[in-house]
Design a protein around this ligand. Structure first.
Ligand code: COA
Length: 144
């Protein structure tokens, strides 16, 4: 079940830290509990937080800043449900939805393409990856 999370919970950072190549710091996650940001969590029937997403809304544009599912629960459709929820929110506001993803992130790219996002540009060598760098793929989606 998806619920809005309105105050910081350390479980967010536990999931973040385990899931990303370059995780956000706990401070960055805490700073998302301010105006313009919304955080939604996916909770199991037992109330366990299994994944979350962070969106930023500025006027009529939404940006998906983060979407993360704890490794133990990946591949069960939770990321898809969270993304569909954000797409529905953006559609309600007639807003365009933007995101950026590492070019090597096959799982995320697959999910975004499957749910109708299109590549609209790239930031070359944007993300550090070990001693090298990789492109950010910029994608957008809008309800028709
Ligand atoms: C990206 C992420 C949120 C997807 O969440 P999820 O709950 O595993 O996704 P779902 O179970 O809804 O699967 C969505 C699709 O991705 C596919 N997928 C999952 N893992 C995959 C992988 N490693 N490679 C390719 N496709 C993959 C699934 O098969 C599914 O597609 P299908 O229905 O056609 O089979 C999750 O992998 C994650 O948290 N990754 C680490 C954090 C991250 O990279 N976030 C995105 C930053 S932009």
């Amino acid at each position: 079940m998806i619920k809005r999370i309105t105050s910081y919970h350390p479980e967010l950072y536990s999931i973040e830290r385990l899931s990303h190549v370059s995780p956000w710091s706990e401070g960055v996650l805490q700073s998302c509990f301010t105006e313009n940001y919304q955080i939604y969590g996916w909770f199991s029937a037992a109330g366990i937080l299994q994944g979350f997403c962070v969106i930023q809304q500025v006027c009529d544009e939404f940006t998906l800043m983060n979407i993360t599912v704890a490794p133990a629960y990946q591949g069960q459709g939770i990321g898809g449900q969270l993304l569909r929820y954000v797409q529905a929110l953006a559609a309600q506001h007639r807003a365009k939805l933007w995101l950026e993803v590492r070019a090597s992130n096959a799982a995320a790219l697959h999910l975004y393409e499957k749910q109708g996002f299109s590549e609209v540009g790239r930031r070359p060598s944007y993300y550090p990856r070990g001693d090298e760098r990789e492109d950010a793929v910029i994608m957008s989606w809008q309800a028709v």
